[in-house]
Design a protein around this ligand. Structure first.
Ligand code: IMP
Ligand code: MG
Length: 439
């Protein structure tokens, strides 16, 4: 029997790199696979295109579309009960088992309201353009030890009453916060008792899938029973430490797996990148395209948020940022997606360095300090553009032909990051993928 694989898939840009498609492609046999979500929550929009049909996952792994594949939601995933019950239905219809950790913090409805009110649709002074899914207030509640957790609601009303006071204390603070943001706290949805009652109703729907995911995943690995695929969400650059304050509210890389599951060795940590980059929400983006070019790329690449519908900001490939993400994320190989979107462009600028804010020094690496990053200017080289369309049809050597210019483009990325590109996605469908060496 061959040894089971432990593979992590993380984003190496600012999210939306195509992680879902990559993790889905790594499944050998669904019945022999466990897929694990280890961070983030319903802020994620994980898109799969299967024979022209689009599926968007949020907080469960995208393995819910595969009969027999076991889907895990770990203890560090923010649990939005409303979104969860919808996704659970999909999993049940597909015959894909699910297990949710009892320690996962719950996103209460008022956390979402507060997230939206604070962010003010991306224009307020403290706004960064969040997805409005309540991530900030939920992880803040968790870190401040006020969170309600999945285990608190599935153990029934009596248990819930034992943690009630602790949660209500935070609720009072948040109500004041909402009021200061100009939100009417008379809204029924913010009533404390009503929220608890709603949680108890959801508990009845999810109770049978709550279990110790840490024990389960560790057991599977100890017995080498199944492949374990860790599906990252957001990205290293949106990590709460690396991207602060223009970031999501949790760790997004392998650290989150280590802390949740005690697993720190993997066969591969796959970083997913696009042939260009995008970012949704505010924050420094040194390679941002001019609006004319961005419009072309956005339309061709369908660059609109899959959770929020927002148009994504588009930029060129940023090698300093990528080097940073590879090193900080412990990334061991890359997959490049959306190479088809750049076909037949006139020129393809690639940022090879940053001119520092004083204009005297070229930096090869991105900087941890986002304020400093906001002041740099990208230094570009021009890559030769490739002609499309890219196709899966194999030539005499048995490989799909890839234009020499695109090969050179990938080689430039490999030289800059010192890791190899193992796969190339040339279209949205699950099948439109070329593996040079599949992990
Ligand atoms: P939050 O995670 O909703 O708090 O949003 C924080 C930042 O991360 C914002 O800039 C969001 O646009 C960004 N973000 C969160 N989730 C995703 C995602 O799945 N794709 C792209 N950007 C995201
Ligand atoms: Mg997405």
């Amino acid at each position: 029997m061959s040894r089971s694989r432990k593979i992590v898939v993380v984003g190496a840009h600012w999210g939306d790199e195509g992680k879902a498609k990559v993790v889905d492609n790594l499944v050998d046999n669904p019945e022999n696979t466990v897929m694990v979500r280890f961070a983030g929550g319903a802020n994620t929009g994980a898109t799969l295109v299967i024979d022209g049909q689009k599926f968007v996952g949020h907080q469960l792994p995208v393995g819910v579309v595969r009969p027999g594949l076991v889907n895990i939601m770990g203890p560090y995933v923010a649990c939005d009960l409303e979104a969860l019950v919808l996704e659970l239905r999909v999993a049940r219809e597909n015959g894909a088992p699910v297990m949710i950790d009892p320690r996962a913090p719950i996103v209460l409805p008022m956390y979402k309201a507060l997230d939206r009110a604070r962010d003010g649709g991306g224009t307020g002074p403290a706004s960064i353009g969040t997805t409005g899914k309540g991530m900030g207030p939920t992880y803040a509640a968790f870190a401040s030890r006020y969170a309600l957790r999945v285990g608190d609601i599935v153990r029934g009303r009596n248990h819930l009453m034992t943690v009630r006071d602790r949660i209500q204390a935070y609720h009072v603070e948040l109500l004041a916060g909402l009021e200061s943001c100009g939100v009417s706290i008379e809204d029924k949805a913010f009533e404390f008792e009503a929220q608890l009652e709603q949680c108890l109703e959801y508990a009845a729907e999810i109770g049978d899938v709550v279990g110790d995911t840490v024990r389960y995943v560790r057991g599977v690995i100890a017995k080498s029973e199944k492949d374990v695929l860790f599906e990252g969400s957001q990205s290293i650059m949106l990590d709460v430490l690396h991207g602060w304050p223009y970031c999501t509210s949790c760790f997004t890389g392998i650290d989150a797996i280590g802390n949740s599951f005690g697993i720190r060795r993997f066969d591969q940590v796959v970083g997913v990148i696009k042939a260009y980059s995008t970012r949704v929400g505010r924050g420094p983006f040194p390679t941002e395209m001019d609006e004319f070019t961005a419009n072309i790329v956005r339309e061709r690449g369908g660059e609109y948020g899959s959770t929020t519908g927002r148009p994504r900001r588009c930029g060129w490939l940023d090698l300093p940022a990528l080097r940073y993400a590879v090193r900080m994320g412990g990334i061991t190989c890359l997959v490049m997606t959306k190479a088809d979107v750049l076909c037949n462009l006139m020129t393809i600028p690639v940022a090879t360095g940053y001119l520092d804010p004083t204009g005297t020094q070229v930096l090869e690496d991105a900087i941890l300090d986002t304020e400093l990053l906001a002041g740099v200017k990208a230094v570009y080289q021009s890559a030769a553009s490739w002609a499309g369309p890219l196709t899966l049809e194999r030539n005499l050597s048995g490989f799909p032909p890839i234009p020499a210019e695109l090969v050179a483009y990938m080689e430039q990325v490999e030289r800059a990051t010192q890791v190899s590109i193992r796969g190339l996605s040339i279209g949205p469908d699950r099948k439109e993928m070329i593996w040079f060496e599949r992990p």
